[in-house]
Ligand binder design. Structure first.
Ligand code: NAD
Length: 298
């Protein structure tokens, strides 16, 4: 069976690596955090002392790191993994990072005869745990086809968006749209409630009308409207405000580089940034609902 080196075993990477073990892959695991490493080792992965130790005998590497600088420092430079991997190893980076950074690492990989796919995910910690993530890949079609069964062990919907970097671009576009939908839905609910409407009734009306959207269908931001949504659990769990701010920052940088107008994305970025700075960074992003409600009290 294929041996996979898995590097970065945090909230997302931990359960993803566990799903690879469950699917029968040999997983060589490494994380800077001992606690994170222990969880995955207890599930049956081999605990490794370093990233270099983890790639021994591996033909595939999966990384799930916080941001671009972590990905660059893992792969690039004299001590980077690209200098140490066997020729033709397939690297799958699932971190959400700037498309430019991803292309830079892919280019360096090509010069070292290493294959590289960007494969950011959508679906959050719940999707990582349930093995139902959406993977959005950028890279050569042949590499995508080879990665497909491995990604399928961790996800449900697997897409090939185009060449290197395309996965990151698609992910950034999706999250920008999601943030706008969340702000718009929160705004409409707050206005309705200010007029004495029951947010549950208004949600149902909008869901069945032209304002219907993904947020209303499964992620309602008003507490109590949807039993299992983070809003009904004190905005705990789900997708953090800080992570949404990070992704919107990537969208903004990308829009500046490409001279693309993103007025709504920029506004959403400011809203989430301010909301995070007001002490809500570790709440679910649907807590942006409170931004509208708190402002109403003033
Ligand atoms: P996390 O902070 O929980 O985990 C990152 C892990 O990487 C940590 O355990 C950290 O110790 C480890 N790490 C950092 N540098 C390392 C290195 N050089 N070598 C080994 N390990 C290292 O983050 P997360 O929530 O798992 O997110 C990971 C990526 O997935 C991010 O890019 C994030 O934007 C993206 N993402 C997250 C979610 C989510 O809901 N959490 C959803 C979709 C995408």
């Amino acid at each position: 069976m294929t041996t996979i080196a898995f590097i970065g075993l945090g909230n997302m990477g931990g359960p993803m690596a566990c799903n690879l073990v469950k699917a029968g892959y040999h997983v060589n695991a490494f994380d800077l955090s001992d606690a994170a490493l222990k969880v995955v080792a207890d599930a049956g992965a081999r605990k490794c002392e370093s990233a270099t130790a983890a790639i021994e005998g591996a033909t595939i590497v999966v990384s799930m790191l916080p941001a671009g600088q972590h990905v660059e420092s893992l792969y690039l430079g004299n001590e980077g993994l690209l200098q140490k991997l066997k020729a033709q190893t397939l690297v799958i980076d699932s971190s959400t990072i700037a498309p430019e950074t991803s292309r830079k690492v892919a280019e360096a990989a090509r010069s070292s005869d290493i294959r590289f796919l960007d494969a950011p995910v959508s679906g959050g910690v719940a999707g990582a745990t349930a093995g139902t993530l959406t993977f959005i890949c950028g890279g050569a079609l042949s590499d995508y086809n080879e990665a497909h069964p491995i990604l399928k062990a961790m996800g449900k919907n697997i897409f090939h968006a185009g060449a290197n970097g395309a996965g990151q671009v698609a992910k950034i576009c999706n999250n920008m749209l999601l943030s706008i939908l969340m702000c718009g839905t929160s705004e409409a609910l707050a206005l309705g409630e200010k007029n004495g409407l029951d947010p549950k009734v208004l949600s149902e009306v909008m869901k069945q009308s032209s304002g219907g959207n993904w947020v209303l269908n499964g992620y309602n931001p008003w507490p109590g409207v949807m039993e299992n949504a983070p809003a009904s659990k004190g905005y705990q769990g789900g997708f953090l405000v800080n992570l949404m701010s990070k992704d919107l920052g990537l969208a903004l940088d990308n829009a500046v580089t490409n001279k693309a107008p993103i007025p709504l994305g920029s506004l959403a970025r400011n809203l989430f940034q301010i909301h995070g700075q007001q002490g809500n960074g570790t709440l679910d992003f649907s807590s942006i609902q409170n931004f509208y409600r708190d402002n109403e009290k003033g």
